[in-house]
Design a protein around this ligand. Structure first.
Ligand code: ADP
Ligand code: ASP
Ligand code: MG
Length: 408
């Protein structure tokens, strides 16, 4: 007998019929002798609907009350799934985040899980019940409802697996595993049988929404055996494993391509090239907790001036401009320009460590399609470029082809 955490995403619980199909799957696992803790998302589209409603009353929607609204989506799902299980003769009990309790900090809308008390859940499991836990939510010290950021049910699933010391955490979704690229953008993408934590962590952080980045942080920190599977069809899925388990196996050069369309670029032109300028330009942005991703500085020595470019999340673009524009003027910069219509394309693979020439092959593939590269950044196992958003699909496909990632 194993203890399994199964997480089902929004499309997997999108209708009463699909909730019934999830209940069948859960009941089968229990009938096979396993203890099953289920984590569910809100029905597909529900979180967006609630967010839209909230935005119509307070723009931009944020803060404590937004979390009260958003958490209701997952609350409906857990009750419905528990009822579907009971209708199948499978005893079940639902829990909101606060009921578990899943304790988080008080950063409403993007809270972090601090602690999960698994005692109530464990005694339910031991009594033979399936527990159904609401994803994406918790409660802070005061008992206020919090949510974990979009895609946060993945994090609930993995964190619960850690708390219960589960044998496996299964992420059921609308694709049958992790692919070499988002199969919605690259039809020739190939399902990967295995992937290391490090690679998946990198893919998630670079935009692959199949697993939320925080879920991957938890999974790799606590080495939770993780599998991504389809909730619609049976199959082996993708197993995500520690790198040392992969030793001896031949590593592919590139494991996947990720993209992120949520970024925007800001350039400060011809700002004086002297100590403290980068600090001044970014100080207010950092203080406002706005995350800066890529930074490129091009000095023109003959003029003692430099161009300073950086990217932020598109949602933070306007706010970042409001902070940078006056500082740039104060520093004597020529002007500030911005472009919210960019995307970041990235190649990821642990095989990059031991191979030279990947970057030039990447740049060549993009050049052949006349895709202009605006920014570049590299690390040990990834290379990212910023390009105009209209080249997203062309760029992904060109890279997929250039690195032979397709089937067969
Ligand atoms: P869920 O609602 O189940 O959490 P998500 O929409 O959050 O599902 O994540 C699944 C989606 O992730 C897929 O439908 C797919 O479009 C997207 N995706 C992005 N990159 C990849 C990838 N490399 N492999 C598989 N799916 C990916
Ligand atoms: N329902 C939330 C969202 O849409 C959380 C999740 O599905 O993981 O972002
Ligand atoms: Mg998701």
């Amino acid at each position: 007998m194993a203890l399994i955490v199964q997480k089902y995403g929004g499309t997997s619980v999108a209708s009463a019929e699909r909730i019934g199909a999830v209940a069948d799957r859960v009941a089968r696992s229990r009938a096979a002798g396993h203890q099953v803790a289920v984590v569910v998302s809100a029905m597909a589209g529900e979180t967006d609907r609630l967010l839209g409603l909230a935005a119509s009353l307070r723009h931009p929607p944020r803060g404590r009350e937004l979390d009260v609204v958003l958490a209701s989506g997952e609350q409906a799902s857990i009750g419905l799934l528990a009822m579907a299980l009971e209708a199948r003769g499978c005893p079940a009990c639902s829990y909101t985040g606060a009921q578990v309790p899943i304790r988080t900090d008080s950063s409403f809308n993007r809270a972090r899980i601090l602690e999960i008390d698994g005692r109530r859940i464990r005694s339910d499991l031991e009594a033979g019940r399936v527990v159904v836990v609401a994803g994406f939510q918790g409660a802070d010290e005061e008992g206020s409802i919090t949510t974990l950021g979009r895609g946060g049910s993945d994090t609930t699933g993995v964190a619960l697996a850690v708390a219960l010391q589960a044998d496996e955490c299964q992420i059921y979704t609308d694709v049958d595993g992790v692919y070499t690229a988002d199969p919605r953008i690259e039809p020739n993408a190939r399902r990967l049988d295995r992937l290391t934590f490090e690679e998946m962590l990198e893919l998630s952080s670079l935009g692959a929404k199949v697993l939320q980045i925080r879920a991957m942080e938890f999974a790799s920190k606590y080495r939770v055996p993780l599998r991504v599977l389809s909730s619609f069809e049976d199959g082996p899925g993708t197993m995500i494993v520690p790198e040392d388990e992969e030793e001896g196996m031949e590593q592919p050069l590139i494991s996947g391509i990720a993209f992120n369309r949520d970024e925007a670029k800001i350039t400060v032109h011809r700002v004086p090239d002297r100590p403290g300028v980068a600090y001044r330009l970014l100080a207010d942005i950092a203080a406002a907790n706005i995350e800066v991703d890529m930074i490129v500085q091009n000095a023109a020595p003959e003029h003692d001036e430099t161009d300073f470019t950086f990217t932020v999340n598109r949602n933070d673009y306007e706010r970042a401009r409001e902070m940078v524009d006056p500082v740039a003027e104060e520093l004597g910069a020529e002007r500030v320009t911005g472009d919210p219509r960019i995307v970041k394309l990235s190649l990821v693979g642990v095989g990059m460590r031991s191979h030279a020439g990947i970057a030039s092959r990447m740049f060549d593939a993009l050049a052949r399609e006349s895709v202009n590269i605006q920014m570049i950044s590299t690390s040990e196992i990834k290379i990212s470029v910023v390009v105009d958003e209209r080249y997203l699909e062309l760029g992904v496909r060109a890279l997929h082809e250039a690195f032979d990632l397709h089937d067969g």
